[in-house]
Design a binder for this molecule. Structure first.
Ligand code: NAD
Ligand code: K
Ligand code: MN
Length: 355
């Protein structure tokens, strides 16, 4: 029987609750299907590790992950450690170290979920946001001088390379081409950011010629937020920069009902390195340790992980079990207005998988 080796990195906060839940569901799926199995190796990196060792993960941490088939990640973020240390020391180290340059974020209104877009049901909102995940606003280029003095200055340079922009746009066009509507919206802010964003627009026009069957349009990021709320059905696949897509995808998740539902994959499309799957939410300090975390974002991320492994039938089976759970308000966690716990939702998904 085929064995997939998966690194699991729960990280911090509710990551420690939802990642074990994801593992439980994947094991139940494998047991029910009986055609492959999972071998999980768990890594205790994150805030606690930082308190002991002064770093979020060991210096040779990437080597420990390199041979894995995929990575299941929770969240990096600890209430007692500055966010830029936890983020750069763990999640971005893995995303950038393994050149996972495409961050793919599907959004749908799942059955039974009542989002703020009351007039919309599952058919009116079906998006995939493709986020550039290796450079741009999160390139790490910049610095501070004269710290604490009146003449202090600081920069975060949004560095875009032609190679980086071409590859993410090509990925997005390809993804749009694989979806029924073959529609891509390229989001930039090229009226104000007149160097890198203008280059994006130009490269988008150039790459569009490789995909004559894909209809593409462009939208400024501020207008894109309004369009997501007012005309959601006019959008399908969306591509944007690291920062813009980070923001748009939290909005997308909220419009689909909750941040707790939304999944993501940090993908190395060339498959040189393992790709990493995680819910888009963070450590959720306000609810951590209480069993209130919605595990659906992690379960949906597991669906993406299965698709990436080349197990589409198993992915479909898991998604169907998730949708059965969301359809039942008695199985909604507090973020969805319900009272179910993380454990109850997890058990319900497992039960549907075994049925
Ligand atoms: P957050 O996503 O942790 O929480 C925002 C709000 O959404 C909170 O009210 C939280 O309770 C709620 N929420 C999030 N996930 C939920 C779930 N599964 N079920 C129910 N409710 C949920 O964002 P934040 O508060 O901005 O960040 C907290 C920490 O997480 C920070 O340290 C931040 O840097 C980190 N963070 C990490 C990642 C990551 O590792 N990928 C992503 C975002 C934030
Ligand atoms: K996360
Ligand atoms: Mn984010």
């Amino acid at each position: 029987m085929k064995t997939y080796t998966i690194a699991s990195i729960p990280g911090d906060g509710i990551g420690k609750e939802v990642v074990p839940a994801g593992q439980t569901v994947l094991q139940a799926l494998a047991a029910a299907g009986n055609s492959f199995q999972f071998a999980f190796e768990s890594f205790d990196w994150g805030g606690d590790y930082y308190r002991q060792h002064g770093v979020m993960m060991p210096a040779d941490g990437l080597d420990a992950l390199r041979d894995k088939d995929a990575i299941l990640f929770g969240s990096a973020g600890d209430p007692h450690i500055p966010d830029h240390i936890t983020l750069w020391g763990l999640r971005l180290k893995i995303c950038q170290g393994f050149d996972q340059y495409a961050n793919v974020r599907p959004t749908r209104i799942l059955p039974g979920i009542d989002g703020p877009l009351k007039r919309c049901g599952p058919k009116d909102l079906d998006w995939v946001i493709v986020r550039e995940n290796s450079e741009g606003e999160y390139s790490g280029v910049g610095g501070r001088v004269h710290q604490g003095h009146p003449i202090e200055a600081a920069t975060d340079v949004s560095m875009m390379t032609r190679v980086g922009v071409e590859r993410i746009l090509r990925y997005a066009f390809k993804l749009a081409q694989s979806r029924p509507r073959k529609l891509l919206t390229v989001v930039t802010k090229s009226n104000a950011q007149r160097h890198a964003m203008v280059m994006w627009d130009e490269i988008a026009v150039q790459i569009s010629k490789e995909f004559p069957d894909v209809t593409s349009d462009k939208e400024l990021v501020d207008a894109a937020t309004a369009r997501m709320v007012n005309r959601p059905a006019t959008l399908d696949t969306i591509v944007a920069t690291n920062l813009h897509a980070d923001i748009l995808s939290d909005l997308a998740a909220a419009l689909a009902g909750s941040l707790g539902i939304a999944p993501t994959g940090n993908i190395d499309p060339e498959r040189r390195y393992p790709s990493m799957f995680e819910p888009i939410h963070g450590s959720a300090f306000d609810i951590m340790g209480k069993g209130l975390a919605n595990p659906v974002g992690t379960f949906w991320s597991c669906v993406m992980l299965l698709e990436h492994l080349g197990e589409p039938a198993a992915a479909k089976r898991l998604m169907a079990a998730i949708e059965k759970v969301t359809a039942d308000p008695a199985l909604h966690t507090r973020d969805l207005g319900g009272q179910a716990t993380t454990a109850q939702v997890t058990q319900a998904v497992c039960a549907f998988l075994q049925a």
